[in-house]
Write a protein that binds this ligand. Structure first.
Ligand code: SAM
Length: 302
């Protein structure tokens, strides 16, 4: 039942997102539960949705997914999903005018000043829902590497990315995402929020949390000012056990993290789960701009 839908533009993430799974999807779907595409009335769930690369892929390739549930702790990101689902036209109108203003600036210095003005407004002004979403998308497309990082006071602090003509307003993509989001229930909060929305039928949950650093002693990835440390990884394991008890199928991505004493962290934590390694391309040496292959893990309860 895996199908290509006949959209001119294929639904995919409307933002760049750190840890985005776009390049790994073909490997991920190899590990879906057996006979996944023969299940009826599947509910697809992503409690750490981010840019939603896997979500959009699944929604466009598996017509047996009758409903989806997504969640992320980043409220402004979730506000964009909600607006694209419910009122994409108002978002497009504002994004289009921001794009025109940006493109009409004739030097990169003027574009930079424009970027910092919007960042200032995003951080400090009372904004409407539409403004918040449009500024969030504009900043994502024009900031350095599409990063989302906030300081200790919760202010977005990523510098300008020096792009001349970034794709600030992809109208076709927003309208395509709008169509596929119609069967998605969208929530903002900690991942446990999804528990109360599970269905009685076949629940498939793809969990893509902030990764544990490769070695136990490295520093932690920070998406918001919420730090996902080892205590959080362990609570997430308890959550997975609870979902397993409820009969949900779970697939989790995480790093192939090895503790300083040489013990593979996730093999020990998830010792009753199935763990497979997949290949990921990462910038390991940022200065040399060198891409190297690294393995990461898929942890499954089936
Ligand atoms: C690895 S990223 C997910 C990337 C996503 N799969 C994609 O393709 O873009 C992890 C996400 O978890 C979110 N997050 C971090 N802590 C969270 C929490 N406690 N509950 C829910 N979401 C959280 C972050 O905002 C981030 O979007």
């Amino acid at each position: 039942m895996a199908e290509e839908q006949n959209y001119k533009t294929i639904a995919k993430p409307f933002v760049k997102w750190a840890g985005g799974k776009g390049s790994l999807i073909k490997q991920l779907i190899e590990f879906l539960p057996q006979n996944f595409d023969e299940q009826q009335n599947v509910t697809y769930i992503e409690p750490f949705v981010g840019g939603g690369a896997m979500l959009f892929y699944m929604l466009t390739h598996y017509s047996n997914i009758k409903r989806a549930i997504i969640n992320d702790v980043n409220e402004d990101l979730i506000n964009c999903y909600l607006l694209i689902k419910e009122d994409p036209t108002r978002l497009i109108v504002l994004l289009r005018s921001i794009k025109d203003e940006y493109y009409n600036l004739d030097t990169i210095e003027k574009k930079m000043q424009y970027y910092y003005r919007i960042r200032e407004r995003y951080n400090n002004d009372e904004l409407t829902i539409v403004e918040r979403a449009a500024y969030f998308i504009f900043l994502n497309k024009t900031c350095f590497n599409g990063l989302y990082r906030v300081n200790t006071s919760g202010k977005f602090n990523v510098p300008f990315g020096k792009y001349e003509r970034p794709n600030i307003c992809d109208e076709e993509l927003i309208m395509t995402d709008h169509k596929v989001l119609q069967k998605v229930d969208i929530y903002s909060g900690r991942y446990k929020t999804i528990t109360k929305h599970l269905d009685k039928g076949y629940n498939f949950i793809y969990i893509d949390p902030p990764y544990r650093p490769l070695s136990g002693s490295a520093c932690f990835i920070e998406y918001t000012h919420n730090i996902f440390d080892d205590a959080e990884q362990e609570k997430l394991k308890v959550f997975c056990d609870m979902l397993t008890q409820k009969g949900c199928k779970i697939m989790q991505s995480n790093s192939n993290s090895i503790d300083d004493d040489g013990v593979p962290y996730f093999a020990k934590l998830y010792n009753t789960y199935t763990i497979n390694q997949i290949l990921a391309h990462r910038f390991i040496n940022a200065h040399a701009g060198k891409r190297e292959k690294e393995t990461e893990l898929l942890i499954m309860n089936y």
